[in-house]
Write a protein that binds this ligand. Structure first.
Ligand code: S3P
Length: 438
């Protein structure tokens, strides 16, 4: 856990210096558990993110019939039965949208029933974007309360393939449909006008499935023939660029800082934030580029930099959708306006992230304009000196804490325990670099 304190305060005035290792990627960690449980045989996972979200998915994998063992820090073994069985209890996915949506897709392909639930935040997030398509494939969902919101009971099996055209680039929706398609009759296709992260496609291949990808420039069509068995494999989880973003951001905005984060995944469908920072004039260098676990990784160094506001291309949104909160925090120190549009999806994440960033930055004295599908941060001096409400959202909390390390006065966040959903060692890592968090 990040802290047992009801609040956490970041104080300015201390440069951050040093080298740290990025925690395991959350997207890949969820997928390794789920595919490991769907497969036959043993999957050995190294570098798993042991955050609350992924631990909930590990418990779900076990409930669906896999044997799940923790061998040591980040090292896990999942022994799959080549399919899911009906779980005895409710599948509680906690705060994890990725966990529940991918598990629903995976479970839909088997002739089983399962009830899914989550915390208050997850109960407020739209499930119809996944369950509508799984229903078209032949699954049924019974909603305990409002249709489209958890809790929900799925009855799966006897699915048929669909051709789905995405309206929003969402890897969660794509992945749920593909995982269901794996056990459907016929060939399932998902067309994306803009590419979303491709970890499911890559990992399905690593587990022995044939996944056909037709590149169409900006977008692509993914096709998957149903009935393909998965075989256990080894998964080496690369460092999460979405988590590395926080210490790197502190490196950029706290005077006198130089922070290196090692082992960061550089999959181009995840690195929109780094491209944006470079356009803003950030002193960001990538060294030791290599391939690890089927993904490009590198060591990234961020040095304190004068930043310039930019207009972030809307086409970049999918490659950095979780990074706009921390981009906004760094944009508060840039000269001029940083325009972030085409990011309406931020409103249906763990919180309404546009609203929460607008409220939090304003409380800290930063100029922000809110739009229905975006927001504009006008940089300059950041007074700080506020307590920010984070609505149970880990990234809202971490973004404001990083802001507080560079503001004129300390910034406090509520509910810091939520940070453990994605980045259990955040507070310790920032302190080890010299950041004052208490
Ligand atoms: C994820 C996809 C993104 C992202 C989430 C993780 C994934 O959501 O926000 O944190 O692992 O597939 P959408 O696909 O809904 O945009």
């Amino acid at each position: 856990m990040a802290s047992n304190a009801p609040h956490l305060t970041a104080r300015p005035g201390h440069p951050l210096r040093g080298t740290v290792r990025a925690p395991g990627d959350k997207s890949i960690s969820h997928r390794s558990m789920i595919l490991g449980a769907m497969a036959s045989g043993v999957t050995e996972i190294d570098g798993l993110l042991e955050g609350d979200d992924v631990l909930a998915t590990a418990r779900a994998a076990e409930a669906f019939g896999a044997k799940v063992e923790r061998l040591g820090g980040g090292r896990w073994r999942v022994t799959g039965r080549g399919g899911f069985q009906t779980p005895t209890g409710v599948i509680d996915c906690g705060n994890a949208g990725t966990g529940v949506r991918l598990l629903m897709g995976a479970a839909a392909g088997y002739p089983i029933a399962a009830t899914f639930d989550g915390d208050a935040s997850l109960r407020g997030r739209p499930m119809g974007r996944v369950t509508d398509h799984l229903t078209r494939m032949g699954a049924t969902f019974a909603w305990s309360g409002k249709p489209g919101l958890l809790p929900a009971t799925l009855t799966g099996g006897a699915l048929h393939a669909i051709d789905h055209v995405q309206t929003v680039a969402s890897a969660q929706v794509k992945s749920a449909i593909l995982l269901a398609g794996l056990n459907a009759s016929g060939t399932t296709s998902v067309s994306e006008p803009e590419k979303s992260r491709d970890h499911t496609e890559r990992m399905l291949r690593a587990f022995g499935a044939v996944v056909d990808v037709e590149d169409q420039g900006e977008g692509w069509v993914i096709r998957l023939r149903g009935g393909q068995p998965l075989t256990g494999t080894t998964v080496s989880v690369p460092g999460d660029p979405s988590s590395a973003a926080f210490p790197l951001a502190a490196g950029l905005i706290v005077p006198g800082s130089e922070v290196t984060v090692e082992g960061v995944m550089l999959n181009p469908l995840r690195t929109g934030l780094f491209d944006t920072w470079l356009e803003m004039g950030a002193d960001l260098t990538i060294a030791n580029r290599r391939v690890s676990g089927g993904e490009d990784v590198g060591d990234i160094t961020a040095r304190h930099s004068p930043l310039q506001g930019v207009v972030v291309p809307e086409s970049r949104a999918a490659s950095m959708i979780d990074e706009y909160p921390i981009l906004a925090a760094t944009a508060a120190f840039a000269v001029g306006a940083t325009v972030m549009r085409g990011v309406g999806e931020m409103r249906v994440k763990e919180s309404d992230r546009i609203r929460l960033m607008v409220d939090g930055l304003r409380a800290c004295g930063v100029g922000v304009d809110e739009e229905p599908e975006g927001f504009i941060v006008t940089g300059g001096a950041v007074p700080g000196g506020a307590t920010v409400h984070t609505a149970h959202d880990h990234r809202i909390a971490m973004s404001h804490l990083v802001l507080g390390l560079a503001a004129a006065a300390p910034i406090t966040v509520d509910e810091p325990d939520m940070i453990a959903t994605s980045f259990p060692g955040f507070v310790e890592m920032m302190r080890a670099l010299g950041g004052d968090l208490l």
